[in-house]
Design a protein around this ligand. Structure first.
Ligand code: FES
Length: 161
């Protein structure tokens, strides 16, 4: 067989079409997930069902696509997202204590959201500011050198948000 004369589009024909369609469908879904999540803060089950029905896409495909990406959430999240860095430098400099104090103050465990949806508490690996350890982020802001005073500031900012 002379490989130089193969028309790849003709050879893969329907397979190429199927792959392209699947890629297009995934792209459409991801865009819809991002829009839904920006409006609702997570992806409610009813919204995913409605999306699947509207686009005539099986729910198994909708869920498998959404769950593949860590950026999508299936449970309500808080207005403020607090992430305590538990990377090595932060761990050594007291991240565990920071996390414990926030858990106790808000009555949540790691990965949980307060009942009033004011805050979600999470942990994160190194955020690249090891020199400021221990570090946490509040939404997009980085808070470093966390001591008792800064913990109180974090608590206040969550309560005032
Ligand atoms: S380990 Fe926390 S910022 Fe690097």
């Amino acid at each position: 067989m002379d490989l130089k004369n193969i028309d790849i589009n003709k050879e893969i024909g329907a397979v190429g079409d199927v792959l392209n369609q699947e890629q297009k469908t995934k792209g459409l879904l991801i865009h819809a997930f991002q829009k839904l999540q920006s409006e609702m803060n997570y992806l409610p089950e009813e919204a995913l069902k409605a999306l699947g029905e509207k686009l005539n896409i099986p729910m198994s495909f909708v869920y498998s696509t959404a769950s593949f990406y860590k950026q999508f959430y299936f449970n309500p999240r808080g207005k403020t997202i607090v992430k305590v860095c538990t990377g090595t430098a932060c761990h050594v400099r007291g991240a565990g204590e920071v996390l414990s104090e926030l858990k106790e103050e808000f009555g949540v465990e790691e990965g949980e959201t307060t009942e009033d949806l004011s805050m979600t508490l999470e942990t994160v690996g190194c955020v690249g500011c090891c020199g400021l350890a221990p570090v946490a982020t509040i939404n997009e802001d980085v808070i470093g050198e966390i001591d008792d005073e800064r913990i109180n500031e974090i608590i206040q900012s969550v309560k005032e948000a």
